[in-house]
Each structure stands twice: as structure tokens, then as C-alpha cells.
Ligand binder design. Sequence first.
Ligand code: FAD
Length: 416
Amino acid sequence: MAVEDIVIVGGGLAGATAAKTLRAEGFTGRIVLVSAEAHHPYLRPPLSKEYLLGKAGEEALPVVPAQWYGENDVELRLGVPVTGIDPAARTVGLGDGGRLEYGSLLLATGSSPRSIPLPGGGLEGVTTFRTVDDSRRLRAVLAEGGRNVVMIGSGWIGMELAAAASTYGNTVTLLGRGEVPLGAAIGPELGGFFRSLHEAQGVRFRLPASAAEITGQSGRVTGVVTDSGEVLPADLVVIAVGVAPGVSLAAAAGIGLKNGILTDASLRTDAPGVYAAGDVANALHPFTGEHHRSEHWSNALNGGKVAAKAMLGQDAVLDTVPYFYTDQFDVSMEYSGFPTLITGQPAIRGSLEGHEFIAFWQREGRVVAGMSVNWPRSSRPGAQKTIKALISARTPVGAEALTDPAVPLAELLPAP
Ligand SMILES: Cc1cc2nc3c(=O)[nH]c(=O)nc-3n(C[C@H](O)[C@H](O)[C@H](O)COP(=O)(O)OP(=O)(O)OC[C@H]3O[C@@H](n4cnc5c(N)ncnc54)[C@H](O)[C@@H]3O)c2cc1C
């Protein structure tokens, strides 16, 4: 390969978006995308929502259509893990024995589910959840209904899976370490909102609780014993206790790490010609002056774009306000902002009971994060647009104006 050629490690949203952006920006050199997964790059958010629920089919998953890669001369090596990087020689080693030289290298290795060392963790019917294969397997079981499902972990994925499992008519019990689900992400009041939402649909919570043991018979799971000794019957156990960034290649190559792969705002690592994007990158954010690692869809999308442009020598930085969303039962939630900047409890406009509200979090009077639930799409300006504009403006806003429905969102927006 010629030195200007680009190798992308990881066929998730960040890697595939980088390939797409490189071609869109006119790069004519060779692009090789190497991914351990045998599938063409796909989107993960539908896996625990509409795809799992059978409301969306295969068409909802691809980042770009499969034929796009051939049409755009992007070489795919699917089902092939990269086994090592040599930043001095600018080469990567492949699991099939091959080796690639690179001019620029993008590490978009994403993250993988954390495991917990539990007795019985290897029984049939105990699983983590990350891939399209996981989603297909789970759908086949959940769609039959009538099963006892125990979810270990009360974060976003655990809650989405609980909602889907319950919607299919299964009995779901969810264990979490906090007093409320999602408490670490959105605090006690809004965590309580999601708990009530689930309880109204029959989901049962054990909080705070953890699993001490998974029991089984003839190699198959039969139950979960909690740390208080309660035995929960289970036909299926999903361990959803968070993810760990895929840093092993970077670590072995001596690339700087701290909660992921450390990068500057242009997603450059400390190794010449090596970039990182998506879940794995802990990137300097110009807004806060701190490093942020985000395990969300929009970060992979925007990071893939920025890394591609930076590799082409453009002056690109990842400066978007972090954003993510979730869908659970009848609730569509969107969140923008910087959770690490939050001090105190949110100011709420609208009604939690009515499942239609915006929560604004502030720091020293300035909005630093906001979450909208079922806020009407017809709202002009939209809730997320308002939240992002308020964050970017850094202008103090009174909590009364934020919460008063008589003050239109448009009046909260900073003057242009
Ligand atoms: C079930 C689920 C639901 C989600 N829902 C939402 C949501 O509603 N909203 C939201 O904002 N975010 C959501 N997310 C998070 C979002 O999907 C991730 O942030 C996003 O997928 C990250 O993309 P990525 O490209 O960085 O990494 P990944 O998608 O993890 O892709 C990384 C790829 O790299 C490959 N790889 C790793 N190591 C190697 C190696 N050594 N060699 C070759 N290939 C390698 C992996 O196999 C994988 O294919 C969800 C995630 C999951 C799992």
C-alpha cells in the first residue's frame, strides 16, 4: 500500500461513517475497513428497540447499503480481527495472517459488554447484548412470551430490553445497584419517572440489589439469587452492566490511554497518523476543555466524520453538543448536554405524569444539559434545538422561565 492509504479498524458506525466521509470529501486513495464482525457495518440502536420488537426489519440496520462499499472502492475485510498495530512501522497485523501498511489509521474499535464473574454465568440462557446476532437470538425467545426474564443492570440497555421483553408478554424483573434505575445518568426524580413507566407495564424492580449467583439445571438457567437471598425464577438472564472501550490494540501499541484512547479535539492520538473515534475515543471537547468519552450513536457518527476530515488535513474538530436518545414503551426521550457539568436537580417544564416534559439541568444559572420526553415534534423551535442553543450560548437563564409553560421556547433562545 502507498503511504497515503487509510486503514480503518472497526466496522461500526464510526468506522463506516469515516469511510463514507473520506469518499464524500474526495479522497481517492485506498481505504481498507477491517472488522472483527462478519456483518457489514450496522446501527446498534434499533437492536434493543424497533428491530428487537419486530417493528423494523433488516433495512433499518445498515450504515450504508452493502453495495456502497464496492461502488466506492472501499475494501472490506469482514470477520477479520486486527491483532496488532506497529505505529513506528505504520502497519497493522490481521487475524488471517495478513499485514497492512497505512498512512493514516483510524481506531474505531467501539466497546464491548462488561461481564461480571458470577457463579452460573456460563449457563445456557445467560447472555450479554451488543450485536445483531444477540438481538436476533433474543427476539426469537422473547417473541414467544410467557418467559421469566431477569435483567441484571438498570442502565439504558437494561431498561430498553426490559421494555421490549415486557411488551412481548414476558415477566420481567430488573436488578440494579442504585436506588432508582438510570440514577447515575439522570438523577433520582427522572430515574423514578422511568421506574414508574416500567412498573405501570408490569416490570418489577429489585433496587438496590445485585445478583449473587445464577442457578441452573442440566446446563440451562433456572434462576437468579440476589444478594439478599431472594430467588428469582428465570428462563433468560441478560447481563447489561455497561460496556468497556476496546483499547487493547492501542494499549499494546503504547498509545496514550485514559478512560479510552486519549485524543485531541481533532481525534488525533499521540501516535503519528493514528486517530480514534466513536465509543473508544476520549476526546478533548472545546466547549468544556475536558476530555469526554461518549458511548452514544451521535458521537460515533460525528466522530467518524471529524476523524476522516482530520486525516485529510482539514481543520476539523469534534465540537458538537453530545446527544442521545432512547425509546421505552410510549416514551421517546432525547438528551443533549454535558452530564459532568451538572450541579443540582433539573428544572422541569411540562408534566412527568402526562409523559410530556423537558428537564433542564444548570450550572451557575447556565443550561448545561437537557432532556425532552415526548415533546411534540411539531414544536417550533424543537426541544432539542432549544436545549443545544441554550448550552452553546452559555447565557444564564432563570429556572422560572425554563419551567413556565407561558414562556414560549422561542423566547428562551439567545438573540442571534
Ligand atoms: C443495543 C444497543 C442499543 C443502543 N442504543 C442507543 C441509542 O438508543 N442511542 C444512542 O445514542 N446510542 C445507542 N447505543 C450506542 C451506540 O450504538 C454506540 O455508541 C455506537 O455503536 C458506537 O459506535 P462505534 O463505531 O464507536 O463502535 P461499535 O458499534 O462498537 O463498533 C466497533 C466495531 O469494531 C470491531 N472491532 C473491535 N475490535 C476490533 C479489532 N481488533 N479488529 C477489528 N475489528 C474490531 C467490533 O467488532 C465492532 O464491529 C446503543 C448500543 C447498543 C449495543
